[in-house]
Design a protein around this ligand. Sequence first.
Ligand code: IPM
Ligand code: MN
Length: 366
Amino acid sequence: MRIAVIGGDGTGPEVVAEGLKVLQVVAERVGLEYQTKHFDVSGDRYLSAGGDPERPSIPVIRDEEIAELRSFDAIYLGAVGHPKVAPGILEKGLLLRLRFELDQYVNLRPVKLYPGVWTPLRDKGPEDIDFVVVRETTEGLYTGMGGFQYKGTPQEVATQIMCNTRHGVERVIRYAFELCRRRGAKKRLTLVAKTNVLTYAHDLWWRTFNEVGEEYGDIERDYNHVDACCMWFVKNPEYYDTIVVCNMFGDIITDLGAMIQGGMGVAAGGNINPAGVSMFEPIGGSAPKYTGQNVINPIAAIAALAMLLRETGNNRGDAKLIEAGQRVEQAIMAVTPKMKSMAAGKMGYSTTEVGDLVAQAVAEAD
Ligand code: IPM
Ligand code: MN
């Protein structure tokens, strides 16, 4: 198992170090051999290499680096974001570029409330909040199609095209049906869309969902408009099992999901190409104000590592990797009840102590 590690900016390297600490212990437990290689890709590097902080002037990640990443089994990312670099440059230059070039068409975001973690939803507990969002990430409003006409004049026109292909929609829907079956929970797949307004784009989603769904007779097919879905996330999160959603709506509902599972300290995501190289990351940013203080919560990064192991295992049918991922997640669930809070500086432990606790729980588990 060869893992490319991009610590990135701010607290990214700190939380990734805790994930790697846990990896070492779990690898020993299950007898997994692995290598890691660190890649220096960050906003810091962009600036020190002479990148313009206002507009993209040099690549955030170089072509040779992307070529090299293709030879790894997975990528483990901390955070890339820099207060001095204008919004959009690093996001487009790294995260979006990798999603497109490595064809990571699934963004997998489990919304799972770990034991002892505070949720803003009153009267809801870990038994109520445990579902997973499958967000499409290579199409929709993110392709950059569109443009300006008459720019800067009172007649200016700006278009942003929502691009949906049958191929792109079908593959992510199929992935979601498979995942829903594998979870073996409620066996309910909810398509979240806006068929009442997006009568072309989401008509394609609706038809594809139903056609593919015919092959999955054991899975209940369910549908929510995206606005109603936001209501249900708050009111009845226990209803959900697996959700499949387009790129833009998925971006929005997964932030809501992250909040109800306890926030940025715990939420992890995977950018997945089931037949290629996938990248796993804590969802929170680089948190510049907490950098170097040993106070940031590493649970999200450790959860991202658990996903990296489990999903790489699932994509390859490798039982050892799946077991390693499950062991790390179990260890996280043994540690969260001991923490005072999931917020930076309020955990009752330092970053490295939380990492030690999870590593210890992995080592001591049956
Ligand atoms: C996410 C992020 C990205 C997105 C940004 C940073 C481009 O919000 O991964 O959800 O919109 O996809
Ligand atoms: Mn987002």
